[in-house]
Ligand binder design. Structure first.
Ligand code: ADP
Length: 450
């Protein structure tokens, strides 16, 4: 995108008078309007330093985040405002977009309708359409042509697919404690059933992985399947959620049945908070139906229904999950997937680079300059360095090995996504709500420095 002269002049003016708040604010808004999202974010941040708590600047920053899909970051800047009655309606709409981005349809709808009822001019028809679930009684017959009537639930196709996972725990760097607890919970009962039987313990029950986005929850679940030699079914929201009454429940049942037909199987639900949110938070009766269906599937119709099916789920927002999901036999274990420390980052980089032509590498040096990067950020960094190397190799007509310098250069052009914001949000939710000890693993992180 070519930058116009007006914008250049504005940038120059802001550079010359960095403390001129109206100027910086105007520049930030122009950058946002023209789609220079990262630059707009930086300008709004700078303006917030000059005018902390300014609602318009905060809303601008939140919009820059939302448009970069940094939904957690958007919510954490908006949350202090949303807690006060009468907050600016524009913020409610932004929060709705961020919540939808996080898969929290219930809260997104609530925020959106509240905002628009106070100020109809903030309405966003496109967003509203994505939030609309046709109101209907819980037991209404399936409506419309997109909800075919299946003779039996097993006939209903599941959107999810069965994979044969190639990765094992050897492909997951760091996370030793997490891998160990998964081994005990998932793998040992299957590998050594006699031992478990001797103690009268049955295999079963699911594990809820939680942590910042990109920290490796999906990667870990897939590797658990590979480690077990089990099939892997990766279920996204789009495989389940359907706007027609009754269809989401049917999709869920079909997905469990798919896993049961492919046992041993790891059935993995990503963004599970959208399917398992607290029923008290849900306005629509049929959304509650989905939660009830999910609980019923986890429990199984009989004791052996889920034998050989290991249910894993991941969420960035564990505090939204209905406590009923945490009962024995359901997601009875909460496992925190932490952001990687320096040695884990070096190990992740080593794994990400292992099949590339490499010179002598100092991964520790790269780990040192990538504080707060999660696995997904490091993958982005390596992809970026590889792209540059590929172009150089094409020009040179031969493969040029990647160096530590290439990774360091790539690190300069990237920045960590959402760990700090995620930890700030987590702190808000759990700091004073750990009576049951459910968040013990997370506590040192939210109390520590980051
Ligand atoms: P999440 O599910 O927590 O959002 P992902 O599992 O999708 O995160 O992680 C994104 C990518 O980051 C993975 O595909 C993988 O390449 C990389 N990654 C994350 N954590 C690790 C790890 N511990 N070891 C190796 N690669 C990792």
């Amino acid at each position: 995108m070519l930058e116009d002269a007006g914008l250049q002049a504005l940038r120059e003016a802001a550079r010359l008078s960095p403390d001129n708040l109206p100027l910086r604010r105007h520049l930030a808004e122009q950058l946002l309007a023209k789609g220079y999202l990262a630059d707009a974010e930086a300008e709004f941040r700078a303006a917030l330093v000059l005018a902390p708590k300014d609602p318009d600047i905060t809303a601008g920053l939140a919009e820059a985040f939302v448009r970069q899909s940094a939904h957690g970051a958007a919510l954490s800047v908006l949350e202090p405002f949303l807690a006060t009655p009468g907050y600016p309606p524009r913020m409610g709409v932004l929060a709705a977009r961020a919540l939808l981005g996080e898969g929290d349809m219930g809260r997104a709808g609530h925020r959106y309708h509240e905002a628009v009822s106070r100020d109809p001019s903030v309405a966003d028809p496109e967003l509203a359409a994505r939030l609309t679930v046709p109101p209907a009684p819980a037991y209404a017959p399936p409506a419309g042509p997109a909800a075919p009537a299946y003779a039996t639930p097993a006939d209903a196709p599941s959107g999810a697919e069965v994979e044969k996972a190639k990765q094992t725990f050897a492909d997951v760097a760091g996370m030793e404690a997490v891998k160990e607890s998964l081994r005990v919970k998932l793998l040992l009962p299957i590998q050594q059933p006699e031992l478990f039987a001797a103690y009268g313990k049955r295999a079963g029950g699911g594990v809820l992985l939680y942590g910042p986005p990109g920290a490796g929850k999906t990667h870990l679940a897939r590797a658990a399947a590979g480690e077990l030699g089990a099939a892997f079914v990766n279920v996204g929201l789009a495989d389940i959620l359907d706007m027609y009454v009754g269809s989401s429940e049917r999709n869920l049942r079909a997905t469990f049945d798919l896993a049961r037909r492919n046992r041993p199987c790891v059935l993995f639900f990503d963004e599970v908070d959208a399917l398992a949110a607290r029923r008290s938070d849900m306005r629509q009766a049929h959304t509650r139906q989905l939660v009830n269906q999910f609980l019923a599937e986890l429990d199984g119709v009989d004791q052996n229904a889920n034998e050989g099916v290991l249910v894993l789920a991941a969420t960035n927002a564990p505090w939204y999950i209905d406590v009923a999901f945490r009962r024995p036999g359901r997601f009875d274990q909460l496992v925190f997937v932490p952001p990687p420390d320096a040695s884990a980052r070096a190990a992740i980089l080593r794994i990400l680079c292992r099949d590339k032509p490499l010179a002598e590498m100092d991964f520790d040096a790269v780990a040192r300059v990538t504080d707060h990067y999660v696995g997904a950020d490091l993958k982005g960094l390596v992809d970026r360095a590889v792209e540059v190397k590929l172009q150089q190799s094409i020009s040179a007509g031969r493969p040029i090995p990647m160096t530590t310098g290439d990774l360091l250069a790539a690190a300069q052009g990237t920045r960590p996504t959402a760990v700090r914001e995620w930890l700030a949000t987590a702190r808000n939710y759990v700091l004073h709500a750990n009576e049951s000890g459910a968040w013990d693993e997370l506590m040192p992180w939210i109390k520590g420095k980051w």
